[in-house]
Design a protein around this ligand. Structure first.
Ligand code: AMP
Ligand code: MG
Length: 412
């Protein structure tokens, strides 16, 4: 079988996976989920014209000449309703969010006034009608669609859902994900340390990648390289929506994963992708489960998850944005590349005057997990590249944590 390109493999996966069904969750539990319904405003906000400032509600025509002295006829706090109509020469003291009284058409902030004798106030500035008034419905209008299906629930969206009193939210169900590692050489977390064994890091790194996307995966443990044992574990995994199998997908004589999966009725769509690290990556589907065969090498496993599993899981959760955000960066060093496979180089990013500088995290072997642990992003080297020189413009996929930086970056 031919090696698929990364983008063709992604296409193949996304053609196969569907958005999950809809479920109802409490607003408190909905962060990171995707709305499965349009949401409408259930009232005008603000419900009437209100003050945007603490100050005085005035008739702007009274302030043709300033300073002007006005009689304060009422004190209106947020939550109060005005009881009087403001006539020429009068005003009302008003707090932010309180309804502006009839007769007035502007608000003067308290900083532009001075207390005067008796119940009077001196207004020092003239205003245009509408000044510092929030108009009825300017935030949202009763009946308008304020959020559309497909919107990711971010904290701002949560605020809107609370505003329209959406205590129960319709969202797409999260896929149930299982993770299985394979290999006789593996030692699991609770096993005693054996210097001849390899610690099972993939189950946990994959777990964290799934968790970072907002799902809680099931860890099925380690299956030995034995067809019968593998089959037993795979059967367990095929009860989930998505099964991630680590290791055993290449062409070694003890790589039983592919035949064992196929024997269980999983139809393999591909098992080789022209990428580095990670070419023995497989994808297949059975009646109810999508199966990803990920390479055992720890970096390959994580990079393949990023390119193939993450977009699939996000599609199933209802997201429209499936891929990691990319940025342009300046490569700080030369980089060798043999044409043929798309390469994902682990890089750190440093902010500089005109953008970002990208630097390799060091030794890039597919077993060098520290190269991934230290990375801010994955730099994409196109398959046909014959190498890059220092200063080249490159594309970097941002990894978790890169939405944050050391210092706030603005002048004031
Ligand atoms: P495989 O894909 O099974 O041929 O494994 C390739 C390499 O990845 C071998 O060196 C394995 O020891 C290593 N490996 C496989 N599975 C894991 C795992 N769960 N955790 C860490 N390393 C692994
Ligand atoms: Mg193996």
């Amino acid at each position: 079988m031919e090696y698929l390109s990364v983008s063709n493999a992604q296409k193949c996966i996304l053609e196969a996976v569907n958005i999950s069904e809809v479920e109802t969750v409490r607003l408190e539990q909905s962060l990171g989920r995707v709305l499965a319904e349009d949401v409408r405003a259930n009232r005008d906000l603000p419900p009437y014209d209100v003050s945007a400032m603490d100050g005085y509600a005035v008739r702007s025509a009274d302030l043709a000449k300033v300073p002007a002295i006005l009689a304060v006829i009422e004190d209106i706090k947020a939550g109060d309703m005005p009881t009087k109509i403001v006539q020429a020469g009068q005003c009302a003291r008003i707090m932010t969010g309180a309804p502006v009284p009839q007769g007035t058409d502007a608000v003067i902030r308290v900083e532009d006034t001075q207390t005067s004798s008796g119940n009077n106030v001196q207004i020092n500035v003239a205003v245009k009608p509408g000044n510092d008034i929030r108009m009825q419905g300017e935030g949202m209008r009763n009946g308008d669609v304020v959020l559309t299906a497909g919107t990711e629930i971010t904290p701002g969206v949560t605020g809107i859902l609370a505003t329209v009193k959406c205590a129960q939210v319709q969202v797409y169900r999260r896929p149930r994900v299982a993770i299985l590692s394979t290999g006789n050489e593996l030692e699991d977390m609770d096993d005693p340390v054996d210097p001849n064994k390899i610690p099972n890091s993939n189950s946990y790194a994959l777990m964290a990648q799934v968790q970072a996307l907002g799902m809680e995966p099931a860890l099925l443990g380690i299956a030995r390289d034995d067809p019968a044992e593998l089959t037993e574990y795979l059967q367990r995994g095929l009860k989930f929506d998505v099964l991630l199998v680590s290791g055993g997908t290449s062409v070694g004589v003890h790589d039983y994963v592919r035949p064992a999966i196929e024997a269980l009725g999983v139809q393999m769509k591909f098992w080789r992708v022209a990428m580095k690290p990670g070419h023995p990556v497989a994808f297949g589907a059975s009646a109810g489960t999508f199966v990803f065969g990920l390479p055992g090498n720890p970096v390959s496993s994580m990079v393949c998850f990023e390119q193939f599993v993450a977009p699939a899981l996000r599609r199933m959760m209802g997201h429209a944005r499936l891929y990691r955000r990319t940025i342009a960066a300046r490569l700080t060093h030369n980089l060798k590349h043999q044409p043929g496979r798309t390469e994902f180089v682990r890089v750190t990013l440093a902010k500089e005057e005109s953008g970002y500088a990208a630097t390799s995290t060091g030794a890039q072997g597919s077993g060098m997990l520290l190269s991934m642990a230290r990375a801010d992003g994955l730099m994409v080297v196109p398959a046909e590249s014959t190498g890059l020189v220092a200063g080249a413009q490159v594309v970097v996929q941002l990894l978790d944590g890169t939405a944050f930086q050391d210092g706030a970056d603005f002048k004031e």
